[in-house]
Design a protein. Sequence first.
Length: 300
Amino acid sequence: MNFNEQLEKKTGEVESVLAAYLPKPEGFQSKVLEAMAYAVSAGGKRLRPLLMRETAALFGETGEGLSCFMAAIEFIHTYSLIHDDLPALDNDDYRRGRKTTHVVYGEDIAVIAGDGLLNYAYETALRAFGRAVTIEDYQRTEQAMHILGRKAGVYGMVGGQCADLLAEKPETEVTEEMLLYIHKNKTAALIQAAMTIGAVLAGADEKAVAQIERCAENIGVAFQIQDDILDVTSTLEVLGKPTGSDEKNHKLTYVAMHGVEASKRQVEALSGEAVGILQAFPHRNAFLETLVEQLIYREK
Ligand code: FPP
Ligand code: MG
């Protein structure tokens, strides 16, 4: 199987995991459950669960709990997109080629659909404890829970989002340091969570987990710069969401600071370093390496 066939197969497997954990719309809470399912089933790249599973494969076997964390991280990612698109934040009507959740279900339901997904994510991850067989499984699950909470919260994605919102205010002077903080937290933190949780659940040692954390940081920052490049160079048809959104929101990005060409070189350098870290492990995962490299050529 070539890379694209493997990617399709593996993405399909992630879809099945998500479908298995997604709650069914029923009862008086039907509407919020429908909105949650609408947002999750919009079919993104499923990059975070994929990265989690492929990083785990780099270090060996995991217990049954891995799939709980794969679903949980995609639920958290999806909640963050629902909230990010809201009129109070980025005010975007399209995402992944479809109308955003608040456009379809209204702002009120979209807010609680995000809340619902965030809570349900932890409920789902906690199910991994029930799958633990050995004391090691149990301890690794506990460590994974800590990583998830930390990296998704105020010392991770939420913190990055806070700085990002401040950076949009005209009175804020955005420095390169602040911009890097935003990228490292808003985007890279969740990718770090995905990859380090995979490593931890597969029993990687502390040093290896630290290297994976560094690798994921590079991937996350490269990914975000690429996102900002596409916002300038792509189209609604290719990207599935409106372009020029950063300029509309007066957002100072790496691209605005350094230009498209320098930004592209930076993406390549960061991705190169990330792949270098992966290649240095005794066990190689060619699929994972290609997946990371593909971020350079990502067009949506
Ligand atoms: C696109 O991911 C998403 C990003 C580049 C990250 C943006 C981060 C936020 C919007 C954080 C918001 C935080 C809060 C607390 C509201 P992707 O290209 O993987 O999307 P896909 O899943 O659609 O493919
Ligand atoms: Mg946005």
